[in-house]
Design a protein around this ligand. Sequence first.
Ligand code: KIV
Length: 265
Amino acid sequence: MKRVTKRTFEEKKQAGEKIVMITAYDYTMAKLMDESGVDAILVGDSLGMVMLGYEDTVQVTMADMIHHVSAVRRGAQRAHVVGDLPFLSYHGSIDAALENAGALMRAGAGSVKLEGGESVCPKVRAMVDAGIPVMGHLGLTPQSVNQFGGFLYQGKTEESAARLVEDAKALEQAGAYALVVECVPKALAGELSKTLSIPVIGIGAGNLCDGQVLVYQDMLGMYGDFVPKFAKQFAPVGDLIRQGVAAYADEVRRGVFPAEEHTRM
Ligand code: KIV
């Protein structure tokens, strides 16, 4: 089976085909996502919230990311695996940033993702020069939630939209192969998708992007702590899990499970 790579992203952009990305954080889910035919699996630092129960992504470490990237890679045969560089793992020296990006690649990522614009471009360039494909991330960048003062839409004023366009162009120039834009107005995301030669993957950014990404717990109704307005629920998996587990508990309590067919006599 041919694995999706950054080249596939480029080809899809040129052909006007939408790119489908979704998060996963473990082997079983990565296998299910892969079998569902998505193009890319993002091992996002959102795992800090949806897998580890933190309030935000700031507490996620390199060790957390390496652990989850390697599990996802074992489950994903075809999909491209993107590993998220966590908070402050690329803000020190270029050498330290390269070391951390390299660690995610060694764990099985096919590329890494980092948040920020012009200020991170020297790191992006160094990674690309070292053979590491880089996906950028602009708009609501969750690692800056404390700077923003909450999970707030970005690029709403003319000035902030213009800044975002400049940052996007700088990332493209630095060699990023794709860009995630999160929680920005549809028109701005559409303009970016039209202007940039690299694919723009939206989340909470409307349908004019070259592709979409969602956190799987949001689209399957599995995470109730914070439900983003933009996240459509495609299947009520959270409800199904609750129903299935309640049925199991009921049968155990009534002595119905295990039945004869589940028992070696
Ligand atoms: O960490 C993550 O899951 C992400 C997506 C929300 C784009 O960065």
